[in-house]
Each structure stands twice: as C-alpha cells, then as structure tokens.
Design a protein around this ligand. Sequence first.
Ligand SMILES: C[S@@+](CC[C@H](N)C(=O)[O-])C[C@H]1O[C@@H](n2cnc3c(N)ncnc32)[C@H](O)[C@@H]1O
Length: 378
Amino acid sequence: MSEFFFVVCQVGAESTCKGEVEQQFPGAKLAFSRPGFVTFKQADKRFDQGAFILESTFIRTWGLSLERITGNDGMKLAERVAVLAAEVGAQAIHVWQRDQSLPGDGGYEPFNTPLAHQLGAVISAKTEAHSGQALLVNRKAKSGSLVLDVVLVEPNEWWIGWHRVQVTAQQWPGGVPPQIRRQSVVSRAYYKMAETVLWGRLPIRAGDVCVELGSAPGGAAQCLLNMGAKVLAVDPAELDADLLQTPGLTHLRMRSREVPRNLLRQARWLFADLNVAPSYTLSAVEDLVKNRKTHFVGVGLTLKLTDWKLAAEIDTFRERVKSWGFQVVRTRQLAFNRREVCLVGLRDKFQARLSYLQSRRRKAHKKTRATGARVSKD
Ligand SMILES: C[S@@+](CC[C@H](N)C(=O)[O-])C[C@H]1O[C@@H](n2cnc3c(N)ncnc32)[C@H](O)[C@@H]1O
C-alpha cells in the first residue's frame, strides 16, 4: 500500500499528464517532477497495487512509489534495490532511464540505454546474492505479475516503485516495447507501426491487405510487410527504392482523395500518418471508411498535435471515430510518437478478439508442430 505514485511520459507532456491524473484522482497533488517523470501524492487514499489503473492517453506507464535512493556507488544502490525487491515479493525488475529528449530529435529513440542494461545486470546479480535466486531484469513481464520499477531519473538518483501488470504497456520496461528494436529501418515510422500493432493488439494476419495514407519513405509499410501483410502505400512522395522491390507492396503515388475506391475492396486495415492537422487526417479517413466499397475492420491513425491545445480534443476525436461504427476506440501517445498521438479503432470487439485468439491458436499450433517434428527426428 502506498499514497505516492509515479507516471512516465514523453518529455514535454508532464502538465498534460498532470491534468489526466487530476481528472481521475481529484485529490492527487504533484509531488516531484522532472522531464518525462512525475510523482503524485494522494493523501486521502492508499492504493493497493492490484486496484490501481490509470486511463490515459499521455501516461506511458505508472506504478506506486516506494523510495528514492541516491549516491555514486551503484553497487550500494543495487543492494538496496535487491532488499526492496525481496520485501515486496517482486517477480521481475524493470530498470530504465527517463527519456532524454523528444523521440526522433537528433536520432534519439526511447529504447533502453546501455547504462540501464549495465545497472540491470548488477541489480540482477545482487538479487541472487540477497535471496539465492536472480530476478529477471528488463524482460517482458507476465500479465498479473509484480514488477519492481527502478527509474534512473539521474544516474545517481534512482526512484523505486512497483506495479502489477494489468495492461499491455506495463509489461515493458518504462512502457517501451524492447522487442521492436532493429538494426536499420527505412524510417522511424517503423517503430510507430510496430508499437501501434503491439499496444493496440491489432490482429493483423499474414496476407491481410493494409492501406497506409502518408507512407513515404516507407518505415511503417516495411513493418507491415515484415508481418506478412500486403500493403497499398498511398503517398505522392517517393518510397524507398529497395523497399519498393518487396513483394506485397504497391505504391499508389497519389493523394488519398485520388485513390480509386475499387482498389480498396479487399483491404482490412487502414492506417494514416499524414503530416497535417488531425481534422484533415480524420476527414481523409472518414471519406474512405464510409465508402460502401470498403470494409475496414480496423484503423490506426497518427494524429499530429500541431498545438498542445489539441490534447483537449482527443475525446472528440475518439467519439468521431466511434460514430463511424468502430466499437473499440483507444488513444495513446506511443513511446515512439513525437508531438502526436496514436488512435486505434476496431470495428467489432468480438470479431477483433476472435481473430486475435485465432492467430494465437495458429501460433501455438505451429509451435507444437515444430516441437513434434524435432521429437520425431530425435
Ligand atoms: C510523416 S510522413 C509519413 C511517414 C511514413 N508513414 C513512413 O512510414 O515512412 C507524412 C507523409 O504524408 C504524406 N501526405 C500528406 N498529405 C497526404 C495526402 N493527402 N495523401 C497522401 N499522402 C499525404 C506526405 O507526402 C508525407 O510523405
């Protein structure tokens, strides 16, 4: 139980997050703030970690605060972390540095840093020395498991907290999916698309046709193609020349309003990443999803916050997409978003759930067959 909690967000989104927290917990008072990391005190209430959910667009992840530890001796700090991990009964540990910059600025991406990896290894060794068993550090945590959070607010100032994994993003250290990292990508939109699909739990299957409005130079299309999808990439600008050779990719070199609707008959997913104001993106998408020749089961939209004031309109954006017949509509400022948010909409929650379960079953089946094959060979 604790009366303090922390939230993690993009650098610059702190006051928007504060507004979101105050809406849900009117008694919460700001306790400490650094770019990308904010703590609150809820004096009239103590949270049980299992019953603490923040519905939010801008909060990347959150947890209860335990204590702040400082010093230049990393070994000593790691020893204290091991003690706290044992005290709370942690099943895993997440260690990460708060964001250093706006994603995409000067090549910065919010993936975990060498410092966090190095300290993570030290902490893991200390947990083994303390309790005889090394806790896994910076792995994807299981749903329902209890995770100790070590936020490196500064290299010599660590904020320790904990959370029970309740939503997808809480499985990842600092709410950033580590598994999407690649050596080279056509553009950083690759990461945005990979995170959209994971966080949004979009049940995209091999062979599904995806349309992307605003697809040049092609990072997002690259990600979808890697998943086995077919992509209709709509953009008057050029796509990456190597990517263009990929089977399954068709470049429609035109603006979204010029796309012949007949070409979209087989498409299941509609994505948009246009460098224009949200109202324009929403109109371009509405035009396509409402056309009687199209049958999209889901949408994934990047909505640019050309002005921070647009954050106040996010509810309206969601309502607009719901009014087109999408039952499940959610928004999140992805770790890999810049000054923008991601909106996902699924036409039918039961269908979406079903196809998600089917794809999991297919994966499990494949795995069993692979294991079976190995056993019979042996
Ligand atoms: C942020 S970039 C897209 C990045 C891309 N998703 C990727 O994966 O690399 C925005 C793109 O939107 C395109 N764009 C702007 N208005 C458009 C429209 N009406 N129809 C199609 N593309 C448009 C621009 O040409 C630009 O290439």
